[in-house]
Design a protein around this ligand. Sequence first.
Ligand SMILES: Nc1ncnc2c1ncn2[C@@H]1O[C@H](COP(=O)(O)OP(=O)(O)OP(=O)(O)O)[C@@H](O)[C@H]1O
Ligand SMILES: Nc1ccn([C@@H]2O[C@H](COP(=O)(O)O)[C@@H](O)[C@H]2O)c(=O)n1
Length: 209
Amino acid sequence: MIIAVDGPAASGKGTIARALARHYNLPHLDTGLLYRAVAATLLRAGLEPASEADAVASCGFEDELLGDPWLRTDEVGRLASVVSAHPPVRAALLERQRNFARQPGGAVLDGRDIGTVIAPDAEVKLFVKATPTIRAQRRHLELRKQGADTSLDKVLADIRTRDERDSQRSEAPMRQAEDAAVLDTSFLSIDAAVQRAIALVEQRTRAGG
Ligand SMILES: Nc1ncnc2c1ncn2[C@@H]1O[C@H](COP(=O)(O)OP(=O)(O)OP(=O)(O)O)[C@@H](O)[C@H]1O
Ligand SMILES: Nc1ccn([C@@H]2O[C@H](COP(=O)(O)O)[C@@H](O)[C@H]2O)c(=O)n1
């Protein structure tokens, strides 16, 4: 079974995808980390995120970089959104994600274009959302726990910029697949959101026969 989990920044899709992977004993790929690894490689080399050529030159990162906590920072996330808008960067990362999705037994992947581009044939597609203000509050709390000194207003502004860029880019924009189930986590605790996600998977798999 392939489970595709998409949605905007800090909507809770990673939390839900990890919980579904545990529940169904499936491997999980956080595809945002791949774009973050490109951004981190580019930053380390002092290259220019807006340059398509520089971003493409940064796609050959080592797998061990994916475990670096620096990738989870806001700075890298912001630049990941810039490099991910370059079509050749998306092309360079496509097969890796598709191969992960197609492994025997299935997989859970979360990102922006899993249900639409990476695994359009996924048995289950979830689109996880929450209001920008609630997402900003969650991300602000998370960043403060990491020791970052940032304001809620700045986090909210970053989230809005990221939403705009991710949904307006020409290649594989973030959007809900037509056959995705929407899960609004705005007023759900993590446990309630995960239970709702499991219920949606059960519903979808029963309906699919
Ligand atoms: N339902 C929820 N209620 C409260 N906090 C939540 C909820 N879901 C997730 N969180 C918290 O919000 C933050 C963002 O969640 P998560 O990393 O799952 O989002 P995401 O959509 O994967 O974000 P990104 O795309 O930026 O990686 C985390 O600190 C997480 O613990
Ligand atoms: N399938 C995906 C996943 C991510 N992106 C881009 O990467 C940025 C960082 O992603 P996070 O999920 O780790 O926040 C994100 O803002 C997207 O621009 C993508 O394009 N496609």
